[in-house]
Design a protein around this ligand. Structure first.
Ligand code: C2E
Ligand code: MG
Ligand code: MG
Length: 738
């Protein structure tokens, strides 16, 4: 290795050469500079220290033996102020002790004077290499330490974060309203929060042991175990709901959600089970279900629930058993509602519900279908037993009820549909009961059991309904007239107009059948108007033709609803005007029930009719709900004694006809007796002072062409000309069969 190659090995550095021998300093300087380094020189240790303090050097080459500060002293001072400074000692002493001291004090090389050029070059080069290596080592060490410090810091941070996170999760889990349970892959529950303990009613220790699962009641346990198994096999969200019985005996409704917990390799490491108390939810659900299936006013099952219960009872029917459906409808509920208000109506409904519950046998279902309609389903050993229950219900409901301080008398109509056939349909049972109930309603306060003829009635009623609409639209309804005669003279005083409907297939349909249908479908106004207009036109025609006396009046029946039609007086007024008739030519017949159903509205209409001179008659008197007080309050002119009282004349018993005539006269009303068929009836009525009569005896209702006797040439014999003349013997009126 030559000096040049050595010099090029390390990059140029700043070297301080120190020697109190000037020649030596010069020699060493040259050697160093030939090696390519920058060189400064000092002649003493003290000078060298100054240079070292002010400039930066990589290498110090110093003589050991100097006056003042020796080379060894300089070595110690220089190394302590700059540990990176490489030092080569040069000495005239070959003494190994000095060399040892120098090297021990930190010198990198030791050269003995006199030295060969290359010796110093090698020492300088080695020292610089060693310095370089040491520097590198120190940098490495420093870097290493920095890295270790960084990693340690990172570790500390991660561990702190893990701790914070764990604490956070723990707090979350503890604060969660859910019960939380964690099971490892072996199925051991090794974590639970306080809510899990509370919800499951077991301590942390008890829950740690898998045995608590086995202690649960069967369906709940099976559901929970299945969910845990599913989650463990990777099902993301296994759910189940179940009632759980706790060790203290209480029960809680729980919803569990079980989810797998995955490790870094996406393998299932365990499962987490969340428990939620769904008691409130279940209670609300129950409440809603109850509301949907029960009537809010009475708390009884509603129509839908009743149908479900009926269906279950039907399929459960055993041989020898009979299932009955009772439809119970209050008879005058609307009247109570209209008279005392809806609050009273509601109270009444509640009372009826309570009474029904109280009088049916155990096991029977009582439901409210709506309005005043209740229904009962019961299974008995026979139809008779079912009818007996229905009778008990009817009797129970007849007992007076006190509502808002008023005592009300009620009655109910009960229809029964019964079957022993488990195959029967719910709808047909309800229909049967409904048909029977409507049949019962016709008579009120009775129990009717469905039979097949009732169904025929209903079918006929349905068919009649649509045919009647068509008949009215096509103007197929006609009018017949029945004479009303003076009981003394038997002279014609009036005519009653009666609607007639002859069906092309079914023949004559009686008004008693089609008028109620027309009332129920709102068609009766058109019929009444038609009869009113036709009969007034006919009356005018007869008069114009000179066939009747001008005193003869036309009597027209009006249905109940007409009395609440405020346009009626005007309509009648116009009709009278258009046929040139006076109000006195018309008598309007209304039934008792229509008079009292809405007296407030009827009264002004009646007064306006009365003001036109029109007379008002109460038809079928004595058959309705006679509230005699109205006789004095309403503007009335005539009472018509119902045919049933006339038929009873002479058969013994109380003479109702006599009582009615007496009553009418006390209220200054005239009387017409209906349905007079026998001469003795007419004679008796005449004797009682009943002014007028109508019946088959004096003339059947018939069409306009046959309603009047053949006109006589003598105008004084015109029908109605002398209504109060002396009666002729026997019955002379020409009776024309309808
Ligand atoms: P109503 O007003 O009491 O009419 C008298 C009924 O008795 C008529 O029955 C008549 O044919 C019948 N009749 C008359 N004399 C005798 C008799 O001697 N013996 C018997 N057994 N019956 C007799 P009709 O025509 O069948 O009418 C029944 C009911 O239908 C009427 O009873 C009336 O309430 C109603 N009605 C008839 N036409 C109309 C109408 O145009 N409008 C309204 N709203 N109702 C009507
Ligand atoms: Mg009448
Ligand atoms: Mg009548």
């Amino acid at each position: 290795m030559n000096a040049t190659s050595l010099a090029t090995e390390s990059s140029p550095v700043h070297v301080l050469v120190v020697d109190d021998d000037r020649d030596m300093v010069g020699l060493m300087r040259r050697i160093v500079e030939r090696m390519g380094h920058r060189c400064s020189t000092a002649g003493s240790g003290e000078d060298a220290l100054k240079y070292l303090a002010t400039d930066s050097f990589a290498l110090l080459v110093t003589d050991i033996n100097m006056d003042g500060l020796s080379g060894l002293g300089l070595l110690e001072a220089a190394r302590s102020s700059d540990p990176d400074l490489a030092v080569v000692m040069v000495s005239g002493l070959g003494d190994p002790r000095t060399a040892e001291t120098a090297l021990g004090g930190g010198a990198f090389g030791y050269v003995v004077k006199p030295f060969e050029l290359t010796e110093l070059q090698i020492a300088v080069s080695n020292a610089l290499r060693r310095r370089e290596l040491e520097l590198q080592l120190r940098r490495h060490l420093h870097d290493l330490e920095a890295e270790v410090g960084r990693r340690t810091e990172e570790l500390r941070r991660v561990s702190h974060e893990t701790q914070v996170q764990e604490q956070r999760f723990r707090s979350l889990a503890q604060a969660s309203p859910l019960g939380i349970l964690y099971a490892d892959s072996q199925g051991n529950f090794d974590y639970c929060n306080a809510n899990a303990e509370a919800l499951l009613g077991r301590t942390r220790t008890e829950l740690g042991d898998r045995r608590w699962l086995a202690e649960l009641d069967s369906p709940s346990r099976d559901q929970l175990e299945t969910s845990i198994r599913e989650a463990a096999s990777g099902v993301p969200d296994a759910m189940c709901e179940y009632p759980l019985r706790r060790p203290d005996g209480s029960t809680v409704w729980l919803r569990s959600r079980v989810a797998p917990v995955l490790d870094d390799h996406h393998e299932t490491a365990g499962v987490v089970v969340l428990f939620e108390d769904i008691g409130d939810h279940k209670r609300l659900e129950h409440q809603l279900r109850h509301q949907a299936s029960h009537d809010h006013l009475t708390g009884l099952p509603n129509r839908r629930d009743f149908r479900d219960q009926l269906a279950r009872r039907l399929v459960a029917l055993e041989p020898g058993q009979c299932l009955g459906v009772l439809l119970v409808d209050l008879d005058q509920f609307k009247l109570v509602n209209d008279t005392y208000g809806h609050e009273a109506g509601d109270q009444l409904i509640v009372t009826v519900g309570e009474r029904l519950i109280g009088c049916v046998p155990p096991g029977a279902v009582v439901a409210r279908l709506g309005g005043d309609e209740f229904t009962v389903a019961l299974t008995e050993s026979s139809r008779e037993a079912i009818v007996a229950v229905a009778e008990t219900i009817r009797e129970t409901l007849r007992k007076p009820v006190r509502i808002m301080g008023v005592e009300l008398s009620l009655s109910a109509s009960v229809g029964i549909g019964a079957t022993s056939d488990p195959q029967a349909a719910v709808s047909s049972m309800l229909r049967s009961a409904d048909i029977a109930m409507h049949q019962a309603k016709n008579r009120r306060d009775v129990v009717e059991v469905f039979d097949s003829s009732m169904a025929k009635d209903v079918a006929r009623r349905l068919a009649l309904t649509s045919e009647l609409r068509r008949a009215v639209d096509d103007g197929l309804l006609r009018v017949h007239y029945q004479p009303v005669v003076n009981t003394v003279t038997q002279g014609l005083v009036g005519l009653e107009a009666l609607a007639r409907w002859s069906h092309h297939e079914w023949g004559e349909i009686a008004p008693s059948e089609f008028i109620p249908i027309a009332e129920s479908i709102g068609l009766v106004h058109r019929i009444d108007s038609h009869v009113l207009a036709s009969s007034l036109q006919q009356l005018a025609h007869w008069r114009a033709a000179g066939r009747i006396h001008s005193d003869v009046f036309m009597s027209v029946n009006l249905s109940a609803s007409q009395l609440s039609n405020s346009a009626l007086p005007e309509l009648v007024h116009q009709l009278l005007g258009s046929y040139g008739l006076q109000g006195t030519s018309l008598c309007i017949e209304v039934t008792e029930s229509s008079l009292i159903s809405d007296i407030e509205r009827a009264l002004p209409i009646m007064r306006r009719l009365r003001a036109l001179g029109i007379r008002i008659a109460v038809d079928d008197f004595g058959t309705g709900h006679s509230a005699l007080s109205y006789l004095g309050q309403l503007p009335l002119d005539v009472l018509k004694i119902d045919g049933s009282f006339v038929a009873a004349i002479g058969r013994g018993g109380v003479d109702v006809a006599e009582a009615i005539v007496d009553l009418a006269h006390r209220f200054h009303l005239e009387v017409i007796a209906e349905g007079v068929e026998e001469p003795h009836q007419l004679a008796r009525l005449r004797a009682l002072g009943c002014e007028m009569a109508q019946g088959f005896l004096t003339g059947r209702p018939t069409d306009a062409d046959h309603s009047l006797p053949t006109p006589a040439s003598d105008p004084s014999r015109l029908p109605g000309a002398h209504p109060r003349s002396v009666p002729s013997e026997g019955v002379t009126r020409d009776e024309v069969p309808a």
